[in-house]
Design a protein around this ligand. Structure first.
Ligand code: ZN
Length: 320
């Protein structure tokens, strides 16, 4: 039985300097820093989560921060770009905003029925603002955002997978992961999760038969996570992944969700993450992201961990 994802849960990438990362995602893009914690597998470095006001699944972009580490290389077996959806009428606002913040972007292009502004974050990570028709409804953005509510980023629209052999990836997406092919244009094949009515997320597959393999480091994406509604569903999907011969991890406790990981045939790391418990599990929803949060097993090292992390400030704090 094919999985039916409700959409993307989050995308995780690797940043260099954490303050520069905060300035870009909370400052320029206007997302809320919803969790300031550490990489559970490497507690000496930050794991920063950005999203809407409540840190809802589908709006989350996260970063491992590796200051001073080398830049990676975009290439095959990687996510080439992460797209954020904004209302169609907000295209002019975003064009102007990027200019004002000195973010260079190419000529806006039409892709399927959307207009796309493509640019890079300060570490060279591929980001897109996608102006989507029909997205003019209510925003769940944060009232303290640097971007007015009507223009706020609504969600992660999807990711672009760069593949040497698209067929194998497409087979996994459709026959096991429940994606539906919804379009093909200029060498890009679009697959959608369940959802509809703008609730779905896209995985665009772009064939890059001659490209070198990407190198995961600063300025590249680490993985994309898709949404599981609860632990039971995730367990059953894990069993199906195993039965299919995928090298899938055990369920890992990520404090804000529970996760399994496996690589799709082209090499992109996929995660399946549960919606619960969410970011309010260890912090007042009105004060998300304000204090360093650690999982219980790292609390006894708090003093050392906190002392070793570089201080970061939100754009709103800087303005005071
Ligand atoms: Zn993840």
């Amino acid at each position: 039985m094919a999985i039916k994802f409700a959409g993307a849960h989050h995308v995780t990438a690797i940043a260099g300097d954490p303050q520069q990362n905060v300035d870009f995602y909370a400052g320029v893009l206007g997302l809320r820093l919803v969790k300031k914690t550490v990489n559970f597998d490497d507690p000496g470095s930050y794991h920063l989560y950005y999203g809407d006001a409540g840190g809802n699944p589908g709006t989350i972009m996260t970063f491992f921060s590796w200051p001073g580490a080398p830049r990676g290389r975009s290439g095959a077996g990687q996510i080439g770009a992460t797209s954020f959806a904004v209302p169609e009428d907000s295209l002019g606002y975003w064009t102007q905003r990027l200019v004002e913040h000195g973010v260079r972007f190419g000529t806006p292009t039409r892709r399927f029925d959307e207009t796309v502004l493509a640019f890079e974050d300060p570490d060279g990570l591929g980001i897109e603002i996608v102006a989507r028709p029909g997205l003019n409804g209510a925003s769940s953005s944060w009232a303290g955002s640097t971007v007015p509510e009507e223009h706020a980023i609504r969600k992660i629209s999807g990711v672009t997978l760069l593949e040497v052999a698209p067929d194998r990836t497409e087979e996994l997406l459709t026959s096991f992961l429940g994606f539906e092919k919804v379009g093909e244009e200029d060498g890009r094949v679009r697959y959608a999760t369940a959802g509809g009515e703008n609730a779905e997320s896209f995985a665009d597959v772009v064939g890059v038969p001659d490209a070198a393999r990407g190198q995961t480091a600063v300025g590249t994406t680490h993985h994309v996570a898709w949404r599981a509604p609860d632990d039971e569903t995730e367990e059953s999907w894990r069993g199906e992944a195993e039965a299919r011969g995928l090298d899938v991890t055990p369920v890992l406790d990520r404090q804000y969700f529970h996760s399994i990981y496996f690589r799709e045939p082209g090499g992109v790391l996929f995660e399946i993450a549960t919606d619960p418990p969410g970011f309010a599990v260890d912090e007042d929803p009105n004060h998300l992201g304000e204090n360093l949060k650690l999982p219980p097993w790292l609390e006894r090292h708090r003093d050392k961990i906190a002392a070793d992390l570089p201080p970061i400030r939100l754009p709103q704090e800087k303005a005071l």
